[in-house]
Design a binder for this molecule. Sequence first.
Ligand code: COA
Length: 180
Amino acid sequence: MSGRSISGNLRRRRTIHKPILTKDMLSLRPMVDKDLEMVQRIEHLSFSNPWPRSSFQGEIDNHSISEPLVIIYTPEDRIIGYIMVWTFKGEAQISNIAVDPQYRRLGVGEYALRRILHRQRQTGIRRVFLEVRPSNIGAVKLYEKLGFRIIGKRLKYYKTPVEDALIMLKMIPESKSREE
Ligand SMILES: CC(C)(COP(=O)(O)OP(=O)(O)OC[C@H]1O[C@@H](n2cnc3c(N)ncnc32)[C@H](O)[C@@H]1OP(=O)(O)O)[C@@H](O)C(=O)NCCC(=O)NCCS
Protein backbone atom coordinates (compact mmCIF):
# COMPACT_ATOMS: atom_id res chain seq x y z
CA MET A 1 0.00 0.00 0.00
CA SER A 2 1.32 3.45 -0.88
CA GLY A 3 2.39 5.74 1.94
CA ARG A 4 -0.34 8.10 0.83
CA SER A 5 -3.21 5.64 1.08
CA ILE A 6 -5.87 6.88 3.46
CA SER A 7 -7.18 3.42 4.32
CA GLY A 8 -7.12 3.64 8.07
CA ASN A 9 -3.57 4.97 8.28
CA LEU A 10 -2.43 8.36 9.41
CA ARG A 11 -1.58 10.56 6.47
CA ARG A 12 1.80 12.24 6.58
CA ARG A 13 1.67 16.02 7.02
CA ARG A 14 3.09 17.55 3.84
CA THR A 15 3.10 21.21 4.66
CA ILE A 16 2.53 23.19 7.80
CA HIS A 17 -0.92 24.20 6.52
CA LYS A 18 -2.27 20.74 5.79
CA PRO A 19 -4.12 18.76 8.45
CA ILE A 20 -3.40 15.12 9.13
CA LEU A 21 -6.36 13.15 7.85
CA THR A 22 -7.68 9.73 8.65
CA LYS A 23 -10.62 8.13 6.90
CA ASP A 24 -12.81 8.48 10.01
CA MET A 25 -12.39 12.26 9.80
CA LEU A 26 -14.26 12.34 6.50
CA SER A 27 -17.90 11.88 5.64
CA LEU A 28 -20.33 12.56 2.81
CA ARG A 29 -23.79 14.08 3.14
CA PRO A 30 -26.37 15.45 0.71
CA MET A 31 -25.72 19.04 -0.43
CA VAL A 32 -28.33 21.56 0.75
CA ASP A 33 -28.98 25.21 -0.08
CA LYS A 34 -26.95 26.57 2.83
CA ASP A 35 -23.84 24.76 1.54
CA LEU A 36 -23.80 26.67 -1.74
CA GLU A 37 -21.60 29.55 -0.63
CA MET A 38 -18.80 27.20 0.41
CA VAL A 39 -19.34 24.96 -2.61
CA GLN A 40 -19.13 27.97 -4.94
CA ARG A 41 -15.92 29.08 -3.25
CA ILE A 42 -14.30 25.71 -3.88
CA GLU A 43 -15.69 25.59 -7.44
CA HIS A 44 -14.14 28.97 -8.27
CA LEU A 45 -10.79 27.91 -6.80
CA SER A 46 -10.91 24.69 -8.82
CA PHE A 47 -12.08 25.45 -12.37
CA SER A 48 -11.32 28.02 -15.07
CA ASN A 49 -14.94 27.78 -16.22
CA PRO A 50 -16.85 27.32 -12.95
CA TRP A 51 -20.47 26.24 -12.72
CA PRO A 52 -22.74 29.12 -11.67
CA ARG A 53 -24.65 28.88 -8.40
CA SER A 54 -27.85 28.13 -10.36
CA SER A 55 -26.32 24.91 -11.71
CA PHE A 56 -25.63 23.66 -8.19
CA GLN A 57 -29.11 24.72 -7.14
CA GLY A 58 -30.48 22.74 -10.08
CA GLU A 59 -28.59 19.66 -8.93
CA ILE A 60 -30.03 19.99 -5.42
CA ASP A 61 -33.54 20.37 -6.81
CA ASN A 62 -33.31 17.56 -9.39
CA HIS A 63 -33.42 14.63 -7.00
CA SER A 64 -34.73 12.13 -9.54
CA ILE A 65 -31.42 11.95 -11.41
CA SER A 66 -28.83 13.95 -9.51
CA GLU A 67 -27.14 13.25 -6.21
CA PRO A 68 -24.95 16.18 -5.10
CA LEU A 69 -22.92 15.43 -1.96
CA VAL A 70 -20.57 17.51 0.12
CA ILE A 71 -17.39 16.08 1.62
CA ILE A 72 -17.05 17.00 5.29
CA TYR A 73 -13.90 17.26 7.40
CA THR A 74 -15.70 16.04 10.50
CA PRO A 75 -13.45 17.41 13.29
CA GLU A 76 -14.41 20.92 12.16
CA ASP A 77 -17.73 20.06 10.46
CA ARG A 78 -16.23 21.85 7.48
CA ILE A 79 -17.07 21.40 3.80
CA ILE A 80 -13.83 20.57 2.01
CA GLY A 81 -15.19 19.34 -1.30
CA TYR A 82 -18.10 17.89 -3.19
CA ILE A 83 -18.97 15.16 -5.62
CA MET A 84 -21.98 14.88 -7.89
CA VAL A 85 -23.42 11.85 -9.56
CA TRP A 86 -26.17 11.46 -12.12
CA THR A 87 -27.85 8.09 -12.29
CA PHE A 88 -30.03 7.27 -15.25
CA LYS A 89 -31.24 4.00 -16.75
CA GLY A 90 -28.83 1.86 -14.76
CA GLU A 91 -25.73 3.92 -15.56
CA ALA A 92 -23.98 6.63 -13.59
CA GLN A 93 -21.98 9.72 -14.50
CA ILE A 94 -19.67 11.60 -12.16
CA SER A 95 -20.67 15.11 -13.17
CA ASN A 96 -18.43 17.10 -10.83
CA ILE A 97 -15.82 16.55 -8.14
CA ALA A 98 -13.58 19.08 -6.42
CA VAL A 99 -11.59 19.32 -3.22
CA ASP A 100 -10.62 22.53 -1.42
CA PRO A 101 -7.02 23.24 -2.54
CA GLN A 102 -5.87 23.26 1.10
CA TYR A 103 -7.01 19.64 1.48
CA ARG A 104 -5.69 18.19 -1.79
CA ARG A 105 -3.31 15.23 -2.03
CA LEU A 106 -4.56 13.88 1.28
CA GLY A 107 -6.84 11.18 -0.10
CA VAL A 108 -10.06 13.20 0.06
CA GLY A 109 -11.01 12.87 -3.63
CA GLU A 110 -10.18 9.18 -3.56
CA TYR A 111 -12.28 8.68 -0.43
CA ALA A 112 -15.32 10.36 -2.00
CA LEU A 113 -15.03 8.50 -5.28
CA ARG A 114 -14.57 5.13 -3.58
CA ARG A 115 -17.66 5.74 -1.44
CA ILE A 116 -19.68 6.58 -4.54
CA LEU A 117 -18.44 3.55 -6.47
CA HIS A 118 -19.25 1.30 -3.53
CA ARG A 119 -22.78 2.70 -3.39
CA GLN A 120 -23.20 2.29 -7.14
CA ARG A 121 -22.25 -1.37 -6.87
CA GLN A 122 -24.73 -1.91 -4.07
CA THR A 123 -27.53 -0.40 -6.16
CA GLY A 124 -26.70 -2.52 -9.19
CA ILE A 125 -24.99 0.13 -11.33
CA ARG A 126 -22.35 -1.52 -13.49
CA ARG A 127 -21.11 1.35 -15.70
CA VAL A 128 -19.83 4.67 -14.38
CA PHE A 129 -18.77 7.37 -16.85
CA LEU A 130 -17.02 10.71 -16.52
CA GLU A 131 -15.34 13.35 -18.64
CA VAL A 132 -12.02 15.00 -17.91
CA ARG A 133 -9.56 17.37 -19.55
CA PRO A 134 -6.47 15.45 -20.74
CA SER A 135 -4.37 18.28 -19.24
CA ASN A 136 -5.86 17.57 -15.79
CA ILE A 137 -3.18 15.03 -14.98
CA GLY A 138 -4.04 14.75 -11.26
CA ALA A 139 -7.69 13.95 -11.96
CA VAL A 140 -6.83 11.47 -14.74
CA LYS A 141 -4.42 9.70 -12.37
CA LEU A 142 -7.07 9.57 -9.65
CA TYR A 143 -9.60 8.02 -12.03
CA GLU A 144 -7.08 5.53 -13.40
CA LYS A 145 -6.11 4.54 -9.86
CA LEU A 146 -9.74 3.67 -9.20
CA GLY A 147 -10.08 1.62 -12.37
CA PHE A 148 -11.49 4.08 -14.90
CA ARG A 149 -10.23 3.61 -18.44
CA ILE A 150 -10.25 6.00 -21.40
CA ILE A 151 -12.84 4.89 -23.95
CA GLY A 152 -13.13 7.94 -26.21
CA LYS A 153 -12.95 11.66 -26.72
CA ARG A 154 -15.35 14.57 -27.18
CA LEU A 155 -13.73 17.06 -29.51
CA LYS A 156 -13.46 20.65 -28.23
CA TYR A 157 -15.84 19.82 -25.40
CA TYR A 158 -14.44 22.30 -22.88
CA LYS A 159 -14.25 26.08 -23.06
CA THR A 160 -11.87 28.51 -21.32
CA PRO A 161 -9.56 27.13 -22.55
CA VAL A 162 -10.96 25.04 -25.39
CA GLU A 163 -9.89 21.42 -24.99
CA ASP A 164 -11.12 17.95 -25.90
CA ALA A 165 -12.65 15.80 -23.18
CA LEU A 166 -11.50 12.29 -22.43
CA ILE A 167 -14.43 9.98 -21.79
CA MET A 168 -13.59 7.48 -19.06
CA LEU A 169 -15.54 4.41 -17.99
CA LYS A 170 -15.35 2.14 -14.98
CA MET A 171 -17.05 -1.22 -15.21
CA ILE A 172 -18.17 -2.41 -11.78
CA PRO A 173 -18.04 -6.18 -11.42
CA GLU A 174 -21.00 -7.80 -9.67
CA SER A 175 -19.18 -10.27 -7.49
CA LYS A 176 -16.80 -8.18 -5.36
CA SER A 177 -18.26 -7.49 -1.95
CA ARG A 178 -15.61 -5.36 -0.26
CA GLU A 179 -15.54 -1.56 -0.56
CA GLU A 180 -14.08 -0.27 -3.88
C1 COA B 1 -8.83 16.01 -8.88
C2 COA B 1 -9.05 16.22 -7.38
C3 COA B 1 -10.54 16.08 -7.06
C4 COA B 1 -8.25 15.14 -6.62
O1 COA B 1 -8.58 15.24 -5.25
P1 COA B 1 -7.48 14.96 -4.12
O2 COA B 1 -8.20 14.84 -2.84
O3 COA B 1 -6.41 15.99 -4.20
O4 COA B 1 -6.87 13.56 -4.59
P2 COA B 1 -6.34 12.40 -3.64
O5 COA B 1 -5.42 12.96 -2.61
O6 COA B 1 -7.49 11.59 -3.15
O7 COA B 1 -5.46 11.56 -4.66
C5 COA B 1 -5.74 10.20 -4.94
C6 COA B 1 -4.88 9.76 -6.10
O8 COA B 1 -5.14 10.57 -7.24
C7 COA B 1 -3.92 10.86 -7.93
N1 COA B 1 -3.68 12.31 -7.85
C8 COA B 1 -4.48 13.23 -7.28
N2 COA B 1 -3.98 14.46 -7.47
C9 COA B 1 -2.84 14.32 -8.18
C10 COA B 1 -1.87 15.22 -8.70
N3 COA B 1 -1.99 16.56 -8.51
N4 COA B 1 -0.84 14.73 -9.39
C11 COA B 1 -0.69 13.41 -9.58
N5 COA B 1 -1.59 12.48 -9.11
C12 COA B 1 -2.64 12.94 -8.43
C13 COA B 1 -2.84 10.06 -7.24
O9 COA B 1 -2.81 8.80 -7.89
C14 COA B 1 -3.40 9.91 -5.83
O10 COA B 1 -2.98 8.74 -5.21
P3 COA B 1 -1.63 8.79 -4.30
O11 COA B 1 -1.88 9.85 -3.27
O12 COA B 1 -1.56 7.40 -3.73
O13 COA B 1 -0.53 9.15 -5.24
C15 COA B 1 -8.51 17.62 -6.91
O14 COA B 1 -7.18 17.78 -7.39
C16 COA B 1 -9.32 18.79 -7.40
O15 COA B 1 -10.28 19.21 -6.75
N6 COA B 1 -8.96 19.36 -8.56
C17 COA B 1 -9.69 20.52 -9.12
C18 COA B 1 -11.04 20.11 -9.63
C19 COA B 1 -10.91 19.03 -10.69
O16 COA B 1 -10.02 19.05 -11.53
N7 COA B 1 -11.87 18.07 -10.66
C20 COA B 1 -11.90 17.00 -11.62
C21 COA B 1 -12.66 17.42 -12.82
S1 COA B 1 -12.78 16.09 -14.02
